[in-house]
Write a protein that binds this ligand. Structure first.
Ligand SMILES: C[S@@+](CC[C@H](N)C(=O)[O-])C[C@H]1O[C@@H](n2cnc3c(N)ncnc32)[C@H](O)[C@@H]1O
Length: 214
């Protein structure tokens, strides 16, 4: 069995109880991403590494006519997310324990069509096979669909001590700023796989990227 399941479960077994409360102070830009997403009635949207289901619950309430899917390597996180979805009586959210680089829209979620949008919210920075995960996300996205990311950025506008401190702290959570991600998306764009739009905020603390698949 893939040890990512075990590793993520171990990390989040207890953290999941205070995750939403603490992360709102430093997983910045998640609401910005939610505002960016153009979702139509009937769309199927997937979050990869959905954690406690915080983003999916907001989206599902905002767009009751669309369907939201989430996957996570941690069964404990999925259990917490299931509880949240149930307590909010949301009937348009569907969750699975699965890996970012291994899932498939049909085998994992029983769908007949690929997703209309897929997003990674502060998850790509903790997935070592991130390239394979981006490729798999694109493989499961329909042509014309959008792949979104929000995550830590280069900290360029912030004092160097801040960047160093943040990097050291994030390492404790197996999180690493994905420095090669944007160049990789630019390569895909140059190969005509899609169109990239990127913006960063809070002085380079975070970024939102939007990749429209050709
Ligand atoms: C920092 S949390 C972000 C949770 C949520 N997206 C949010 O914005 O609050 C990252 C999540 O990614 C999950 N994760 C890590 N590696 C993964 C992988 N290879 N496949 C699927 N999920 C993964 C973790 O279990 C964790 O729940």
């Amino acid at each position: 069995m893939n040890d990512t399941f075990e590793k993520m479960d171990k990390m989040y077994r207890y953290q999941r109880y205070f995750y939403d409360l603490t992360r709102k102070y430093y997983l910045l830009g998640r609401d910005r991403l939610i505002d960016e997403m153009a979702i139509k009635s009937g769309d199927n949207i997937l979050e990869i590494g959905c954690g406690t289901g915080r983003n999916l619950a907001i989206l599902a309430k905002k767009y009751p006519e669309s369907n939201f899917f989430g996957l996570d390597a941690s069964a404990a996180m999925i259990e917490t997310a299931e509880g949240k979805i149930k307590s909010k009586s949301l009937s348009n959210v569907f969750l699975k324990v699965a890996l970012a680089d291994k899932f498939a829209f049909d085998a994992t979620f029983g769908l007949t069509d690929k997703f209309d949008a897929v997003f990674f919210s502060y998850s790509i920075s903790m997935i070592p096979p991130w390239r394979e995960s981006v490729d798999n996300a694109l493989e499961n996205l329909r042509s014309g669909g959008v792949l979104y990311f929000v995550d830590f950025y280069d900290q360029n506008g912030l004092p160097p001590w801040f960047g160093k401190m943040l990097t050291a702290w994030l390492r404790m959570f197996h999180v690493k700023y994905p420095a090669d991600l944007i160049p990789y998306l630019r390569i895909l764009e140059a190969q005509n796989a899609g169109k990239l739009t990127l913006f960063s905020f809070f002085k380079g603390y975070s970024f939102v990227a939007k990749f429209e698949k050709s």
